[in-house]
Ligand binder design. Structure first.
Ligand code: DI6
Ligand code: FE
Length: 414
């Protein structure tokens, strides 16, 4: 006999996590702060959060964990990564510093095409081992939910392999993984000069990948060097036919009007957004689309145009922050550095940046059950060697994450 999930949750043992300073990020109070806090977890979920002095009486928790007055935040949600790929582009970085232009490198078979070739040449085991090593670095900084995009296979077989590797990360590591199909990332060499045919092919792969349970969302790179608005819309239509939510790499290098298109398809998020227009902001606000800001790519590409943070804030568009980990434009594995850079470059407040790395990151993935410490949410939280979460926004190159609880179970740090 199988128990219904609700019954299983009721039967799971109760754990008390006490003597904590909580940044719940729940409610309107600054940080959702609880100075002398405690959490009760049952199974994978939080059963109760509050002042320890207000703990419900008469409970007999099976285990009690004394957190010694440490700071607790929700687990970190990295809602935009390209974690699965072969090779790296460190030599290309070096060549550029020695004077080679992006075009020189591209003509010599470098850039994104080099990553596609290395990804296709890598075995599933190699792709998995490399991606798992990267995921462990992210996890050491408190990541409990991770989005992983395909987009370096750019052929049916290789896109499916990359999505399957991403799925396997979620099965083999104590981490929640959401997969996004990004076949519309770049034009593979087989389709040079034939982007419309490539998009038609990619739309047919999507149905197959979805049938295999490999896809949670669909993304595209709408850009002069990526795909046009019309091609992006065909990808969105294919996603819509399958009932899959969409996201978009939008207005990263130029204002294509991608945000307006994405909003018409009810996009979960638009990401990058340095060149986002007032019309794009209004469309996103109307659709409830999250703005995912990616300070790592802004920094690494030495971008100078800032995303319109004040206007996004004024329009009430939720703002998320992510690593955008990829070998070409954001080879970082530090969500905490992104937290810092969101403040220094983009002028987010430390609390906005933290909400960006937790609750709004979750929202960018369509997940309402995490990102805050609240009764009913998933028991995903991080314990920090810090007095206050603003310290992690202030310091950089600093990793004070000490313990992580994922789905109610303490994770052993890698
Ligand atoms: N925007 C980016 O910055 C990366 N992809 C994208 O859509 C670059 C990917 C790469 O250069 O490998
Ligand atoms: Fe990206």
């Amino acid at each position: 006999m199988h128990h219904a999930p609700a019954d299983a949750a009721r039967e799971a043992p109760l754990h008390l996590w006490r003597h904590a300073r909580l940044a719940t990020l729940d409610g309107a109070a600054p940080w959702g702060w609880v100075e002398r806090g405690a959490l009760l977890t049952r199974g994978q979920d939080i059963a109760w959060v509050g002042e320890e002095s207000a703990l419900p009486a008469g409970l007999a928790p099976e285990q009690e964990h004394d957190l010694g007055g440490a700071l607790v935040t929700p687990g970190v949600v990295d809602c935009h990564t390209h974690l699965v790929y072969g090779g790296d582009r460190a030599a290309e970085f070096e060549q550029r510093l020695l004077g080679a232009s992006y075009e020189d490198i591209a003509r010599a078979g470098g850039g994104i095409r080099a990553t596609v070739a290395a990804t296709r040449a890598a075995s599933n085991e190699q792709l998995f081992a490399r991606a798992a090593a990267r995921a462990r670095v992210l996890m050491a900084e408190g990541v409990t939910t991770l989005e992983v995009k395909s987009g370096y296979g750019l052929a049916a077989e290789h896109e499916s392999r990359c999505l399957a590797v991403a799925r396997r990360l979620g099965h083999e590591l104590p981490l929640a993984v959401r997969t996004t199909s990004l076949a519309a990332h770049a034009l593979p060499p087989e389709y040079a000069g034939n982007a419309d045919d490539y998009i038609a092919a990619a739309c047919t792969w999507l149905a197959e990948q979805h049938a295999q349970g490999l896809v949670d969302a669909v993304d595209a790179f709408c850009e002069r060097i990526g795909f046009t608005l019309a091609q992006t819309e065909r990808v969105f239509q294919a996603a819509q036919r399958l009932g899959l939510p969409v996201k978009l790499h939008a207005e990263q290098l130029s204002d294509m009007g991608g945000a307006q298109l994405a909003a018409r398809y009810g996009a979960l998020s638009c990401d990058h957004l340095e060149h986002l227009s007032a019309d794009g902001i209004a469309a996103m606000a109307g659709a409830g689309t999250v703005a995912v800001l990616l300070p790592g790519a802004y920094y690494f590409l030495r971008e100078t145009k800032l995303p319109p943070v004040a206007a996004l804030r004024a329009a009430g568009v939720p703002i998320a922050i992510a690593t955008d980990h990829n070998p070409g434009s954001s080879p970082t594995l530090s969500p905490l550095l992104m937290l810092h850079m969101a403040c220094t470059f983009f002028r987010l407040t430390p609390e906005e940046a933290w909400r960006g790395l937790t609750v709004n990151g979750a929202r960018a993935l369509g997940l309402a059950d995490r990102g805050v410490l609240r009764a009913g949410s998933r028991a995903d939280f991080a314990v920090w060697d810090a007095e206050h979460p603003r310290e992690m926004a202030y310091r950089f190159g600093h990793h004070p994450c000490r313990r992580v609880v994922f789905g109610g179970t303490e994770r052993t740090t890698p």
